[in-house]
Design a protein around this ligand. Structure first.
Ligand code: 5GP
Ligand code: MN
Length: 345
């Protein structure tokens, strides 16, 4: 495997870690398996190296990650602000996992920005903010922050002695960010790493079930409702639109993270190239969050930049529409028709 950091960066990180008495690890808002897995993994690696480390997530994480090893080391900033601020105050090193800027952490980002601690970013999103960190290890071509972390561990010499618990966390992040290795995971290195993780004895089938087969009945009932009632297929343009209002969320007793993955469903229909999922923001009135997923070469990040104040990756992007749900759906129609030549393909 190619190195992802040079000799100078290795020395710099070694120095930062060896000088650190109190390490804090952070991740982005609405944390997913990669955000939480990369946090718990790096906390455990730091502990193995004899350091003290704790994690602070900006807000609540999904229940289906609660079984991960090391979760007792995580705080939820939106609920445990005082305790977290005290930890940040004494922190001398912060690892920012799975996000490329302080703004992806909302309030926690302000607190981290004000902290004099050294900062190391370990990420795979596009356009990382180099200004906010002392060391940036960001590789958008890799499938997960957990893959970036593992590759960094190899370069640092930390992968020798990889533990079962570290491997469990890293596998979880790589698995969730690739939809169970169904996208963004075609490089041989991905499976080389998986193979090394398996050598620690982890049970990948159990990890899959722990994460993906633990939905609430309400999540499946809402999924059925969305597919049966709400999914609009634009067959001639190979595109799909689904939407979710807060009223529907209440009706199905659905929490924020429980709608993850719905956007991918329409892509399982033959010939579909683009799926757009709209949902009313749970906190801000008149704000609609947009999720886009595409296959092959369709650049949904370009569409999101042009129409939805957003961006992201070629096949997975997001954005925001300001207005009512009806206005948002109309705007999505406009966008899809503008991109008709690329969608017909
Ligand atoms: P999701 O649909 O899971 O919310 O977002 C998918 C991906 O799109 C994210 O991983 C992120 O890279 C990107 N993304 C989501 N929302 C935004 C946004 O508002 N602005 C930009 N630039 N990218 C976004
Ligand atoms: Mn990620």
């Amino acid at each position: 495997m190619e190195r992802i950091v040079n000799e100078q960066e290795v020395l710099r990180l070694r120095e930062l870690v060896s000088e650190a008495e109190h390490i804090v690890v952070t991740c982005h808002t609405n944390p997913d398996g990669d955000a939480i897995g990369s946090m718990t993994a790096v906390i455990q690696v730091m502990e193995r190296l004899g350091r003290k480390a704790v994690g602070i997530a900006p807000d609540r994480w999904p229940d289906n990650l609660q079984w991960l090893p090391g979760m007792d080391k995580l705080l939820n900033y939106s609920k445990q602000k005082e305790e977290a601020d005290a930890l940040l105050k004494e922190a001398d090193l912060v690892f920012m996992m799975d996000h490329g800027s302080l703004s992806r952490m909302k309030d926690l980002g302000d607190a981290v920005g004000q902290s004099p601690a050294r900062k190391v970013m370990i990420d795979h999103h596009l356009d990382p903010d180099h200004e906010c960190c002392d060391l940036v290890v960001s590789e958008p071509s890799l499938c997960a922050a957990c893959e970036v972390l593992y590759r960094l561990m190899v370069d640092m010499g930390w992968a020798e002695g990889l533990t079962f618990d570290e491997a469990t966390s890293i596998y979880t992040g790589m698995m969730t960010d690739t939809g169970g290795f169904t996208f963004a995971s075609n490089r041989p290195e991905v499976f080389l790493i998986v193979s090394r993780l398996l050598e620690t004895g982890i049970d990948k089938d159990r990890i899959y079930r722990n994460v993906f087969y633990t939905a609430s009945p309400d999540r499946y009932r809402l999924m059925g409702y969305l597919l049966y009632v709400k999914m609009e297929l634009i067959r001639d343009l190979n595109a799909s639109i689904m939407s979710l209002t807060n009223e529907e969320r209440r009706q199905f007793k659905i929490r924020n993270g429980e709608t993850d993955g719905y956007v991918n469903l329409p892509l399982q229909i033959e010939r579909m190239r683009l799926s757009i999922f709209l949902r009313e923001d749970t906190e801000r009135k008149g704000v609609i969050r947009v999720s886009l997923r595409s296959v092959d070469d369709f650049p949904c990040n370009k569409m999101s930049e042009e129409f939805f104040n957003g961006g992201g990756h070629k096949n997975a992007s997001g954005g925001t529409i300001y207005g009512t749900m009806d206005e948002a759906i109309e705007l999505v129609h406009t966008a899809i028709h503008k991109y008709a030549p690329l969608l017909k393909g």
